[in-house]
Ligand binder design. Structure first.
Ligand SMILES: [Zn+2]
Length: 406
């Protein structure tokens, strides 16, 4: 008896493990891979795959659409293979992109398709009030999606330790625990917080220009510059989760004091702050908007053109230094970094090549502007949620008690 129980547990564990692997592969493939492709990719026996797919479908995690005719399967069996895709009533990750002056809430289904639900400006209200508003919006959205919501991911404009913003750009948020602030929305499941630039990089590695790149560096430029090194699609976030503050490295040779407490930081010369400084404009109001205006008028206004060239070169010089340090295969660029690169690729590239070590110059890692745009941080936040859900432990809670199975 004892021995049989042990064997049953092992086989149940194996099954749970395989279910999570298969669902993860469906998630990573964006619901585009056929059952035959998934079976090959995971080295499953065809019969095992059939049983697992049936199990996932029965639990309303996926539904199998009729896909293109798979040549191998057709030769063997003479029939088309199905495409396991997101179930219409399947799990949903809610994602929040929190910024100093606005927030966005979106819902992502299992295969990565996201829909923006709410977007609002802070206007005259405080940062605390805005977080309260986010919790309220989440509560409402959880009510709508009901037990389908498996968690909330939130991208914040600060390095994060645990769920706490340790050095936010908005002083009011200093040491605010985001997960505690969103407790009113606890019905949505676990709240997972991450730095916005880190999550933008995670999104590129999973769904964007860095997909399939074994070792990648991503840089996200807004008012400051953040980013992340990604190894096999996983962010390398340091001992406390706050690595990647590349903007606060003295990469461009100045020695002026920075708002962060250090001196000579890269973001003083590159990014929005660099653009404003180079254009001789004071930092006031919406710095991103000011920076974007400089980029937009660079072709017609001489001062703007000069400022763009200086900031673009500084951006490139810093990227070269980081490539020397990290040896990535490719460098993703999002936010203002993508805009600056697209507006003046020559200046960015010249700066980049000027700091690369000689042996790297023959085949420098490609600079790849993001294709996810504004959805980057949101997509990354949803990936945090699915990373937690797509495990044997996460799936054990699905469907939630009271949910019907098919
Ligand atoms: Zn700094």
């Amino acid at each position: 008896m004892q021995k049989d129980d042990g064997a049953a547990t092992t086989s149940a564990e194996l099954r749970a493990h395989n279910l999570a692997r298969l669902l993860r592969a469906i998630h990573e493939g964006g619901g585009q891979l056929t059952r035959a492709e998934l079976t090959r990719r995971l080295s499953l026996a065809r019969g095992t795959a059939t049983v697992l797919v049936r199990d996932l479908a029965g639990r309303r995690l996926i539904e199998e659409l009729t896909g293109p005719v798979d040549a191998t399967a057709q030769r063997a069996r003479g029939r088309p293979t199905g495409v396991p895709s997101a179930h219409a009533e399947g799990p949903v990750a809610l994602a929040v992109d929190l910024r100093d002056d606005s927030y966005t809430v979106a819902a992502f289904e299992l295969t990565g398709r996201g829909t923006v639900l709410d977007r609002a400006e802070r206007d005259a209200g405080s940062g605390t009030e805005m977080l309260e508003e986010v919790a309220e919006r989440l509560k409402i959205r959880c009510g709508q999606f009901d037990a389908r919501v498996v968690g909330v991911g939130i991208a914040v404009p600060s390095p994060v330790r645990g769920g706490t913003m340790v050095q936010p750009t908005l002083p009011e948020w200093q040491d605010v625990d985001v997960t505690a602030a969103l407790r009113p929305a606890s019905a949505c499941g676990p709240v997972l917080a991450g730095n916005d630039a880190t999550l933008a990089g995670l999104a590129e590695a999973r769904r964007g220009v860095l997909r399939g790149v074994p070792v990648a560096l991503h840089l996200h430029v807004a008012t400051g510059i953040g980013g992340v090194l990604l190894a096999d699609g996983l962010p390398v976030t340091g001992a406390h989760g706050s690595a990647g503050e590349f903007g606060h490295m003295p990469l461009t040779g100045s020695d002026e004091p920075c708002r962060c407490g250090s001196t000579g930081c890269w973001e003083l010369d590159a990014g929005a702050r660099g653009l404003l400084r180079a254009a001789g404009q004071p930092e006031q109001g919406d710095r991103m908007l000011q920076a974007e205006q400089i980029i937009a008028t660079a072709g017609t206004d001489r001062d703007s053109g000069r400022a763009l060239a200086l900031a673009a070169r500084a951006l490139g010089r810093g990227i070269g230094a980081l490539v020397n340090a990290q040896d990535p295969e490719a460098v993703g660029l999002s936010g203002l970094a993508a805009e600056i690169f697209q507006a003046d690729p020559g200046a960015v590239t010249a700066g980049y090549l000027s700091t690369l070590m000689r042996f790297r110059r023959d085949d420098p890692p490609a600079l790849l502007p993001s294709t996810l745009g504004d959805l980057g941080a949101l997509t990354g936040a949803s990936e945090l949620v699915f990373d937690a859900f797509l495990t044997p432990r996460g799936l054990a809670g699905w469907p939630a008690p009271g949910q019907k199975t098919a």
